[in-house]
Write a protein that binds this ligand. Structure first.
Ligand code: GLN
Length: 206
């Protein structure tokens, strides 16, 4: 059985845990999901998610609890990490905000609340590269960041209004929107099982 962790400061923790369970069972596997509120659990995890919420709060928490270096080690070991919305802001290399201490796990420059002049929340059918089929993904944006600039190692998986909103940088997949809020688990599956630069332990045959 796989072990997963969801960074559980705030935001859609239960929704991510449920989405992880759907994605893992779609791949015929089983999973135990831990809520990460302290250091020591991340090293046990095969795969991780860091949800949305408020990026300054999440940043402060992962730093003060000593979780930040564990997240870096996880990615350094090519284990999959999926970051959404505020999670992407915290994992970025430049959040454009002094109150966020970036983890520098995804080489992107962020503009927080970039879609603010539109309705605060909206849903858009997105073409996302690398999904199991060509069906547009129902992407839910909530006070979402946009990506201004991407580094050389970053693959843009989807854009909205001409701006990247889903990216992959090695074992890390990040979205500005919230795949945990729909029952469509294709992006969780992409992040955990269909990323050529990330791996989870193979099924043991007994
Ligand atoms: N607006 C939030 C921030 O900038 C992110 C919103 C979200 O995670 N839904 O931190």
């Amino acid at each position: 059985s796989l072990t997963a962790g969801v960074v559980a400061v705030q935001g859609d923790v239960e929704e991510h845990a449920a989405a992880i369970e759907r994605a893992v069972s779609a791949h015929g596997r089983e999973v135990t999901v831990h809520e990460i509120r302290e250091s020591g659990l991340v090293p046990e995890c095969d795969l991780l998610a860091m949800p949305g919420g408020e990026s300054t709060t999440i940043s402060r928490f992962v730093q003060s609890e000593g979780i930040a270096p564990e997240l870096r080690d996880h990615v350094g070991a090519n284990k999959p990490l999926f970051v959404t919305c505020a999670g992407l802001i915290v994992a970025s290399s430049d959040a454009n905000d002094d109150r966020v201490e970036e983890l520098d796990l995804v080489d992107v420059t962020i503009e927080r609340n970039a879609f603010g002049r539109q309705k605060d929340s909206f849903e858009a059918p997105l073409a996302v590269d690398g999904l199991a089929d060509d069906e547009p993904y129902p992407a839910v944006f909530i006070r979402a960041p946009a990506i201004d600039d991407v580094g050389e190692t970053v693959e843009v998986l989807a854009s909205w209004n001409g701006r990247p909103v889903a990216v992959r940088d090695g074992p890390v997949v990040g979205t500005a929107f919230h795949p945990e809020l729909t029952l469509d688990s294709r992006i969780h599956e992409l992040a955990f099982f269909e990323n050529k630069d990330a791996s989870v332990p193979a099924l043991e045959h007994v």
